[in-house]
Ligand binder design. Structure first.
Ligand code: BDR
Ligand code: CA
Length: 315
């Protein structure tokens, strides 16, 4: 079984991505980065989601960095309770899980796990890239020891979601995104535009999922309650978006990604209007070596069936 560390700012779609990951991989650990909602709430959300999966083996959760690398003096990090609910769980306010977080720092856990298992560990990054970038800065020697990094972040030169130009994960920590993308590690990127084009679950999809009537499907319905409304009003989308789940489904089964190309990608860190924008150099105008495999199309039905299988399996 492939072995992964998943780095998450657990709220909303992160929870379903986490279930998808627990279903397909041996998860060495879950590391938490500051992002979607209050940091300690994200930690609780990850622990609760692991409890929902009801696995026999313990999956440890490690607390990482609460703030982006350059939080001081630059664009303030903003949480998005308006998207995922005050608790990040669609307003369900679940009880605390019995499992507690580990005492080792997430960055140290990432470094130690990669060092102990050279060439074995894949990283699934569904949050701002703060923890992973910090691990790369603290111990650059781990970079060639990583099998692959799958990143949910950026867009393929399309519109963003947190600003007109930027996708949330790259906007929160564009410096961290550049550290990871420029590091030489093999990266696959799934951007917000892929999520809008292929991951949206409309009202009919939601009814189909509700009809599964499993613990997994009820959890899905609950955590998506707020985003279901938010997406209609703000993004004018016909349903809920699942960027993180799409990323983890692609990592588990690459045939879900029907088109991808290697491009040079760099994230804007300076622009007044464009901070966090991911420049995907499709026509190689920069002459720079491609550094990222960018997802450009998805088999939506295959993706949806993966999601349904995961939710059905949690009885
Ligand atoms: C990304 O930002 C977060 O709100 C989501 O969990 C996802 O990782 C989408 O832009
Ligand atoms: Ca996320």
């Amino acid at each position: 079984m492939r072995r992964v560390i998943i780095d998450t700012d657990t709220a909303g779609d992160d929870t379903i991505a986490l279930l998808t990951t627990l279903h397909h991989f041996k998860v060495e650990g879950v590391t938490i980065t500051g992002g979607n909602v209050a940091f300690n709430q994200e930690v609780e959300n990850a622990l609760y989601t692991i409890q929902v999966a009801a696995l026999e083996e313990k999956v440890p959760v490690y607390k990482g960095l609460e703030r982006p690398l350059n939080a001081v003096g630059m664009t303030a990090h903003r949480t998005v309770e308006d998207v995922h609910g005050k608790d990040g769980m669609g307003g369900a306010f679940f009880d605390s899980a019995t499992q507690r977080p580990e005492t080792t720092h997430a960055v140290d856990f990432i470094i130690e796990t990669i060092r102990k298992n050279p060439g074995e560990i894949e990283l699934l990054a569904i949050a701002p890239l703060t923890n992973i970038a910090m691990a790369f800065q603290k111990d650059p020697g781990i970079i060639p020891l990583i099998a692959h990094v799958y990143v949910m972040g950026g867009t393929n030169n399309s519109l963003g979601n947190i600003t007109a130009a930027a996708e949330y994960n790259f906007w929160v920590d564009p410096e961290a995104a550049n550290i990871v993308l420029q590091s030489g590690v093999p990266v696959t990127m799934v951007g917000w535009d892929m999520c809008v084009a292929y991951s949206v679950m409309d009202e009919e999809d939601h009814r189909e999922i509700e009809d599964l009537n499993t613990t997994g499907s009820r959890f899905f319905t609950a955590v998506n309650k707020v985003v279901r409304q938010f997406n209609k009003e703000v993004h004018r989308l016909p349903g809920t978006t699942h960027p993180d789940t799409l990323l983890t489904a692609i990592a588990a089964d690459e045939s879900i990604m029907t088109e991808s190309h290697p491009y040079y990608v760099e994230v804007e860190t300076q622009g007044r209007l464009t901070r966090g924008y991911s420049m995907v150099d499709i026509n190689n105008r920069s002459g720079c070596q491609p550094n990222v495999r960018v997802c450009e199309a998805v088999d939506r039905e295959k993706y949806k069936q993966t999601l349904i299988r995961v939710l059905s399996s949690i009885e």
